[in-house]
Design a protein around this ligand. Structure first.
Ligand code: SF4
Length: 374
């Protein structure tokens, strides 16, 4: 059996969990190709106009899945205690049904960690009946899924390169031949395998090795905050990561360990209850107060409800701490020229501030100075 997994939205955070789950059950997982123009156009045709850009991309990726027996669209209600996913996650798969090719079966399961691990396992066991798998097999698949997810989270916390690490999981699930050849992320130590792969590339010089995260103290350090499915979505964000890296060291929300995120959430009078919003706000706070970070860029998208609130909270915090701060809002009409102009202006301002150590006005300060309304 081949299950199609769209390369969008939950792919960027939870693919290793589902990859491990299906791998243990002997089910091949086929992902859609990286986003290109046609995927974006097809997504725009099938998704609702009012929805956010990541959901539109998901609609495009669903249509790009070929040669699969079913499409997998999980409903990730909650992935940790005391939080929920964004309401748009909860509406999947129903809101995306128009994008599913006619006659293609959709596999779905509800995952709600607020109800505890036992309930999650029970829900997976019910899902297993659709796949013709027994409870014991699902139990094993659940264990492997958690192990792969943990390995992935740890690698992100240690600033491992996203493309490299996620490709490991993809290659392990693409074909059952890999199982026979022993190509599994569960074998060997994770870091050794990735390091070996990178050094091979460096020796061959066929493909330049992608640094995990280089730290050059003389360069500007810019933090990019935003949802993983926007940050790592190179087509939709017009290769923003590459553009920033040409001029500065780049740090992402996904590189911040969970303990640090939690520490920086303590100052809030009321808890944030969306998982991504918590991560973005906690990591964003850390970046704002970190003297080694020279500027913060918030990558948002049009139509995102949680960003509307978190972006404003973070902008106020950055203003209080005199940290250079800029918001980039993406939608399907975003153009490269406008992005480059804004980015260059921001980076020039940060560089002047860093090099000359003189005072340069920070985001919104002049508005704030004479007014109590902001
Ligand atoms: S958090 Fe924002 S960008 Fe993400 S799915 Fe929800 S509305 Fe869309």
């Amino acid at each position: 059996m081949k299950v199609g997994f769209p390369r969008a939205l939950f792919y960027y955070d939870y693919f290793p969990f589902w990859a491990g789950f299906f791998h243990q059950l002997g089910i091949e997982v086929v992902t859609s190709p990286p986003t290109h123009r046609k995927i974006m156009e097809q997504g725009l045709k099938k998704a609702s106009d009012e929805t956010c850009l990541p959901l539109k991309l998901l609609a495009g990726h669903i249509q790009a899945l070929e040669n699969v027996d079913a499409i997998f669209l999980p409903r990730m209600v909650s992935v940790e205690e005391d939080t929920y996913s964004c309401p748009k996650f909860l509406g999947i798969p129903e809101s995306l049904i128009p994008a599913v090719p006619a006659g293609m079966p959709v596999l779905t399961v509800t995952l709600n960690w607020r109800k505890g691990q036992r309930q999650v396992l029970r829900d997976l066991q019910v899902f297993g009946l659709q796949l013709g798998k027994g409870n014991a097999e699902i139990q094993k698949a659940f264990t492997l899924a958690q192990a792969w997810q943990k390995r992935y989270q740890d690698s992100r916390g240690e600033c491992w390169n996203f493309e490299e690490s996620i490709r490991e999981f993809e290659s392990a699930t693409m074909s059952s031949e890999n199982t026979q050849k022993g190509i599994l992320p569960s074998q060997g130590t994770w870091k050794d395998r990735l390091l070996a792969k990178m050094s091979r590339k460096a020796v061959n010089l066929t493909t330049p090795a992608i640094p995990i995260v280089a730290h050059d103290t003389d360069r500007m350090r810019i933090a990019l905050v935003g949802h993983s499915y926007l940050t790592y979505e190179g087509y939709a964000n017009l290769n923003l990561l590459g553009k920033i890296r040409e001029k500065a060291e780049l740090v992402l929300v996904q590189h911040v360990k969970q303990e640090e995120v939690d520490t920086h959430l303590l100052g809030l009078r009321k808890k944030l209850f969306w998982t991504h919003a918590k991560q973005i706000y906690g990591a964003g706070n850390k970046f704002v107060t970190d003297p080694k970070i020279d500027g913060v860029i918030y990558l948002s998208c049009f139509g995102c409800g949680t960003d509307a609130m978190v972006q404003d909270l973070l902008a106020r915090f950055a203003r209080e701490h005199h940290k250079p701060y800029m918001t980039i809002t993406l939608d399907e009409h975003s153009g490269e020229a406008g992005l480059i102009t804004r980015l260059e202006a921001f980076l020039d301002m940060v560089e002047r501030r860093k090099v000359h150590e003189g005072y340069v006005s920070t985001h919104g300060e002049r508005l704030d100075r004479d007014s109590n309304t902001l």
